[in-house]
Design a protein around this ligand. Structure first.
Ligand SMILES: C[S@@+](CC[C@H](N)C(=O)[O-])C[C@H]1O[C@@H](n2cnc3c(N)ncnc32)[C@H](O)[C@@H]1O
Length: 195
């Protein structure tokens, strides 16, 4: 199982803090993703948190499904009228179902040995030529932050290799720095790839 229970407990206890942190933040990668999707596309927001990105996808007319294991986040997503799978990445065993998968700062909470299988399952869950976005933190190794969340860090080359091995074709990447819930400024990357 990919789930780190201590990480989920941190989110469970900080639902409002997390919502405040991300509310209203403009995301150029989400803007780009919206343009890649066909009309009415079926999209999975994997590790959707309070569902702000999922609700933007819904506003654009896409058929959005959120995946979120933290019940308090899942409740907020469902209040926005978005179908929600209340489970972990391991439950994504769909076949040729999604035109897009948005995995924004969520796959960084699973251990390194789980990522290849989950990426491969995501690829299988997507239609050919679909768009996958993965947002991760850049660095080496893994550690818990001050709040107790588990983070696994990658280099850009490592992520591209993992995506390629899972069958994706990378076509865009954007590197930047952000301050997260724990207050530290860290380097991040959003990589876009076709299935
Ligand atoms: C940093 S938040 C990102 C939320 C949202 N995608 C965003 O960008 O604001 C990480 C999210 O990943 C979810 N998550 C952590 N481990 C997960 C797992 N094993 N399966 C699915 N989601 C997971 C958490 O519950 C949380 O909602």
């Amino acid at each position: 199982m990919s789930v780190d229970e201590d990480t989920l407990a941190v989110y469970r206890n900080r639902v409002d803090d997390y919502k405040k942190l991300v509310q209203g933040v403009k995301n150029p990668d989400l803007d780009y993703f919206l343009k890649c999707l066909p009309n009415g596309a079926r999209v999975l927001d994997a590790g959707a948190g309070p569902g702000l990105d999922a609700s933007i996808l819904k506003e654009y007319g896409f058929d959005v499904i959120a995946l979120e294991p933290v019940a308090e986040f899942a409740d907020l997503i469902e209040q926005r009228g978005i179908k929600t799978i209340r489970d972990s990445f391991d439950s994504i065993t769909h076949k040729t179902e999604f035109d897009g998968i948005w995995a924004h700062f969520s796959l960084l909470h699973i251990s390194r040995d789980h990522l290849p299988k989950i990426l491969s399952n995501f690829r299988t869950a997507m239609k050919p030529g679909g768009t996958f976005v993965i947002g991760m933190k850049l660095g080496k190794g893994s550690k818990r932050d001050k709040l107790g969340r588990l983070y696994t860090y990658y280099s850009t080359d490592e992520l591209i290799k993992l995506l390629t091995t899972a069958g994706f074709s990378v076509f865009r990447k954007r590197q930047y720095r952000i301050v997260g819930l724990a207050g530290d400024k860290e380097s991040c990357i959003a990589i876009m790839a076709n299935s």
